[in-house]
Design a protein around this ligand. Structure first.
Ligand code: C5P
Length: 289
């Protein structure tokens, strides 16, 4: 039996660069894994076939991305029908929140199955399978904690993990569909091209809080004004910068660790948690352990 931690991500910036002929959008984004994790347990069983259960009944169906990932893996590794597998998923990452939870479960499972079966597939093969599941899944099928992503989000270049900060996350408790946000972006933005700025241009591997920008933010904020309110309250609370992650609606604030009194920050998180019904997380960059 093995237990895997599937981390959430935030987008430190996300630029939509244009439409693609496949119906998706060309993006340029910096993704960072953070230490808010779902837990996946894998157990090889005697009887063939797959068993899956999840502590969230709404996600226990046959269409869970985790099952899709497992089927793709077994087929690509020529292991279909050989042995049984029981998968258990414990959700901690909120769903449809812009934090990549479902994508992380699928990508982490691909990595885990490859390990469990003694690495029949290369990293490139895992990434190729991951891209068939969703645009964000490849990032979670590789081990690095931070990457620049282009294309649909599936072309990755590893960069340094941003571990100088605390990440304070607030989710307003509404579910947002990524497809809905991109569809509305296409309708409202015309052919306007996103501008890259700051260290995104000068040196693609460095990062400064001034670079934080998300082209999808205004779309989600227009529909859910509470997203803008949360962003304001994080900035008022002293965050270095604050941004909506992905297609939202979760917003995070960055607090420089060496400048921040962690006891006071924990207290702030507790107070916010009372306001936002427990949907507040104070985390650090994901370290993989
Ligand atoms: O790839 P994934 O299934 O996660 O994407 C969900 C939806 O988000 C897509 O169906 C598409 O409408 C939109 N999307 C997009 N461009 C991207 C990623 C996602 O238009 N780069």
């Amino acid at each position: 039996m093995i237990s895997l931690r599937a981390p959430a991500k935030v987008n430190l910036y996300l630029h939509v660069l244009g439409d693609r002929s496949d119906g998706y959008h060309e993006v340029f984004t910096r993704m960072q894994k953070i230490d808010l994790c779902d837990v996946i347990t894998l157990e090889q069983t005697g009887e063939p076939g797959m068993r899956f259960d999840c502590d969230d009944p709404a996600l226990s169906g046959d269409d869970n991305l985790v099952l899709r990932a497992a089927r793709l893996f077994f087929s690509a590794a020529n292991l279909t029908g050989r042995q049984g597998l029981a998968i258990r998923l414990e959700k901690k990452i909120p769903v449809a929140a812009g934090l990549g939870g479902g994508s992380s479960d699928a990508g982490t499972l691909l990595q885990g199955l490859n390990r469990l079966h003694n690495h029949p597939l290369s990293v490139a093969e895992l990434v190729r399978l991951a891209a068939q599941i969703g645009s964000d899944v490849p990032f979670f099928a590789v081990s690095g904690a931070a990457a620049l992503a282009t294309g649909r989000g599936e072309c990755l270049a590893e960069v340094a993990s941003l571990d100088a900060y605390w990440y304070l996350l607030i989710n307003p408790g509404v579910a947002v569909s990524t497809k809905w946000v991109f569809d509305n972006y296409a309708l409202t933005s015309g052919k306007k091209k996103s501008k890259l700025f700051g260290s995104q241009k000068k040196d693609r591997t460095t990062f400064s809080p001034e670079d934080m920008h998300n082209d999808l933010e205004s779309i989600t904020m227009k529909r859910y004004p509470e997203v803008a309110e949360i962003k304001d309250s994080l900035l008022r609370a002293g965050a270095e910068a604050a941004l909506m992650s992905g297609s939202g609606p979760t917003v995070y604030g960055l607090f420089l660790r060496k400048k921040t009194d962690s006891t006071a920050l924990y207290k702030l998180a507790e107070q916010l948690s009372a306001v936002y019904d427990g949907r507040v997380w104070l985390t650090r960059a994901y370290t993989g352990v």
